[in-house]
Design a protein around this ligand. Structure first.
Ligand code: GDP
Ligand code: IMO
Ligand code: MG
Length: 428
């Protein structure tokens, strides 16, 4: 199914169903690699009647024998990863020998989480709606060149010095700027040196590992988190996450060259959702929004927050296809539209009398534009039992063909339910 090294990315605002598709593709690869983000992600995999939600550990971990890597581009909260490792172990999943974390990955520290919350509160009416996991402040420190890396945990002198400087600065911010209690340096030091002991066997130079694997003709699957419209460069800035979920991020976040990437698959929901604040041109009015949320069980896998729902936005996905170089698409949650009599697709944005066929960089236009819709007749029959493309209702095929035509990429996977087997493969 997966020929060559593949990057799999979200094409909308996250939660497209990447976890399910990664789990399917992982069967045919040797390595699965997370390259950005942190435990703000929530990737759901359903195997039989059992559901797993992965936050930091690549979704490939559920396949015995696969090597799972957390690359240098990921920000790692040691407390969160140890929790996730323990939970998976208690559910019978083997972690030892399967999971490796990059020495160069930056650490999420307790003050990052406190600053994430404090900054959000301070933003007043223009909150970003972050996951409060400390992601933004951890990347801020990385770019600001004061971050603490995984490798620093194993050199007490370096760790202590970096921690001291950070605590001084962060306590000033927490106490003087945000009127909160600061953190205690000694407590953090003790706690993190304990984490170091528990994580030691899992930390490695993962870029070397990956490049050796590539030389040995092993197959790699890069697991994007979040989505293109949450990308810090190309998303709806500032209502974005603090990393580059786009396919280009796979190289910088894993330490491999662009020449090793053979294929990019974009995951899209058959409609759109967004969790957190920020512009969302095709967002539905409250009644229909709620209907789609209930049918699609649209509640955050990480925070449990209700997701905002809307129609498929072909302007945003066409933009994502280009930025990611995504030749293939996996369309998920098609079954959620089974009962809709009319399905709308947004083909352009209208603002100040002008029509935008391309995604505008100016956030004001995205906030204020009026979507231009094309109506498609719904198929009004169940699809979740279907396993072959030819057996899909004609109206469903018409909808899918329209999506392909509008966004300029080929659909190669269709998902009609959360389970592994509820999947249709197209080898056109
Ligand atoms: P991710 O962050 O992109 O991995 O997506 P999430 O796991 O946050 O959210 C996707 C949700 O949709 C999960 O609850 C999945 O189990 C579920 N899901 C995935 N594919 C399908 C599908 O084709 N149909 C339905 N009904 N649910 C799906
Ligand atoms: P997966 O990988 C959906 C959103 C947050 C918020 C914004 C910034 O499961 O698709 P952050 O905590 O990253 O600083 O929050 O990004 N967000 C996600 N939305 N799916 C995700 O991950 C997300 N990760 C972050 O809701 O709007
Ligand atoms: Mg998710």
């Amino acid at each position: 199914m997966t020929k060559g090294n593949t990057v799999l990315i979200g094409m909308q605002w996250g939660d497209e169903g990447k976890g399910k598709i990664i789990d399917i593709l992982a069967a045919d690869v040797d390595y699965v690699v997370r390259y950005q983000g942190g435990n703000n992600a929530g990737h759901t995999v359903v195997i039989g009647d059992t559901q797993y939600v992965l936050h930091l550990i690549p979704s490939g971990i559920l396949h015995p024998g696969k090597i799972c890597i957390i690359g240098n581009g990921v920000v790692v909260d040691p407390w969160a990863i140890l929790q996730e490792m323990n939970e998976l172990t208690s559910r019978g999943i083997k972690i030892e020998g399967s999971l490796y974390i990059s020495e160069n990955a930056h650490l999420i520290m307790p003050y990052h989480k406190l600053l994430d919350i404090a900054k959000e509160e301070h933003r007043g009416t223009v909150k970003l709606g972050t996951t409060h996991r400390g992601i933004g402040p951890a990347y801020t420190d990385k770019i600001g060149r004061v971050g603490i890396k995984m490798v620093d945990l194993f050199d007490e002198e370096v760790f202590s010095e970096k921690l001291k400087r950070n605590v001084l600065e962060k306590n000033f911010l927490l106490e003087k700027m945000y009127g909160r209690e600061g953190v205690k340096e000694e407590e953090i030091k003790k706690q993190y040196l304990e984490y170091a002991k528990l994580l030691k066997n899992f930390v490695a130079d993962t870029s070397v590992m990956l490049n050796e694997a590539i030389s040995a003709k092993k197959i790699i699957l890069f697991e994007g988190a979040q989505g293109t419209m949450l990308d810090v460069d190309f998303g709806t800035y500032p209502y974005v996450t603090a990393s580059n979920p786009i396919s280009g991020g796979a190289c910088t976040g894993a330490g491999v060259g662009p020449t090793v990437i053979d294929k990019v698959i974009g995951v899209v929901k058959a409609y759109t959702t967004r969790v957190g604040t920020g512009p969302f041109p095709t967002e539905l009015e409250p009644e229909l929004n709620e209907k789609l949320r209930l049918k699609g069980k649209e509640y955050g896998a990480t925070t449990g927050r209700p997701r905002r729902c809307g129609w498929f936005d072909a302007v945003a996905v066409r933009y994502a296809v280009n930025i990611n170089g995504a030749g293939n698409l996996a369309v998920t949650k098609l079954d959620v539209l089974d009962e809709a009599d009319i399905i709308k697709i947004c083909t352009g944005y209208k603002y100040n009398g002008k029509v935008f066929a391309n995604f505008p960089s100016n956030i004001r236009i995205v906030e204020k534009c009026e979507p231009i819709y094309e109506d498609i007749e719904g198929w009004m029959e169940p699809t979740s039992h279907i396993r072959k493309y030819d057996e899909l209702p004609e109206k469903t095929k018409k909808y899918l063909n329209k999506l392909e035509e509008l966004v300029g990429a080929k659909i190669s996977i269709i998902s009609v339910g959360p389970k592994r087997e509820q999947t249709i493969f197209l080898d056109k």
